[in-house]
Design a binder for this molecule. Structure first.
Ligand SMILES: [Fe+2]
Length: 300
């Protein structure tokens, strides 16, 4: 058997296998059919050509290479689409599917600064009610969207913001505390605090003062303002009022009465002073690292 003959047979085998692979692509692309047609046509031409003709085979080889490179592009796109589909389904919470997150420590872990009973009520009752309220608002709005008819939209949008902000801020609040907390931040966050507030002590003084003076229930929140490229301290009345939407919360402090009243009664300042002993800075630093990777244009 001549090597020319073997070469032709090998190429025919390859084309047959190639056509099978294309048929197996689990996606519907117009290119898929055209590549398959090209491979089958090339296969038929080679079958018809009995004698070995180097020039003819050289051209056939080039045609096969081109088909293969188009095939790689299609499979790459199919893989990317599948990856995006999987990622997007992993990343999104279904409408009305929010769940109360577990605390990253036990209910009594922050004692003596925050008592166990406060943590139990705060997490199991208050945070749970925000999760329930958010799920209810999302489902109601989904129903209204489906009907194409919106009733009392002002109320439901307000519920969505109130319970959504409550759920998200409490989730951050739990993670921003630790039984091994306290001290000062390090690294880039510490440098940025010096740049934007003149140092940690000045930041802490403004944050504590702002938290103390929030009217009624609300929050003090250290944020990274991506648009201005600076750290900022904001306060929020209730959960969502006075809040900026274009920021990423880094360190929230809950100054609702339910967060301290059983232990500190009306001495919110004492609660704030002691709260600094449980701040989990490594988590805040990690959030800062992630948040500063977000870039909006323009920065100034
Ligand atoms: Fe709270």
């Amino acid at each position: 058997m001549s090597s020319d003959y073997q070469y032709r047979e090998a190429m025919l085998d390859w084309l047959e296998q190639f056509a099978q692979e294309i048929r197996g692509i689990d996606a519907n692309y117009p290119e898929k059919d055209s590549i398959l047609e090209g491979a089958e046509a090339l296969n038929a031409r080679l079958h018809e050509r009995g004698a070995f003709d180097p020039e003819y085979f050289y051209q056939a080889e080039k045609d096969a290479e081109e088909l293969y490179s188009r095939y790689l592009q299609v499979t790459q796109r199919a893989n990317e689409n599948e990856r995006n589909r999987q990622q997007s389904s992993l990343k999104s919470v279904p409408v009305g599917g929010h769940k109360l997150p577990r605390l990253p420590y036990s209910y009594d872990a922050l004692e003596p600064h925050i008592q166990r009973r406060i943590m139990e009520l705060h997490h199991q009752k208050h945070h749970q009610s925000y999760v329930d309220g958010l799920n209810k608002a999302e489902k109601e709005l989904e129903t209204q969207r489906r009907k194409g008819k919106f009733e009392n939209i002002k109320h439901w949008e307000r519920e969505l913001a109130f319970h959504g902000a409550g759920h998200y801020l409490h989730t951050l609040f739990w993670q921003a505390m630790s039984p091994d907390g306290g001290g000062k931040p390090k690294g880039r966050l510490a440098e940025q605090m010096t740049r934007d507030f003149g140092g940690f002590d000045a930041f802490k003084a403004q944050f504590s003062e702002a938290a103390d003076k929030v009217e009624g229930g609300g929050w003090a929140i250290l944020v990274w303002a991506s648009r201005s490229g600076r750290l900022e301290i904001l306060t929020a009345e209730k959960h969502q009022n006075l809040s900026q939407w274009d920021v990423i919360p880094l360190l929230p402090l809950d100054v609702w009465e339910h967060a301290y009243y059983l232990q500190y009664e009306n001495d919110r300042r004492e609660y704030i002073n002691n709260w600094w002993n449980v701040v989990h800075w490594p988590h805040v630093e990690e959030r800062f690292q992630t948040a500063t990777a977000v870039l909006w244009s323009p920065l100034v």
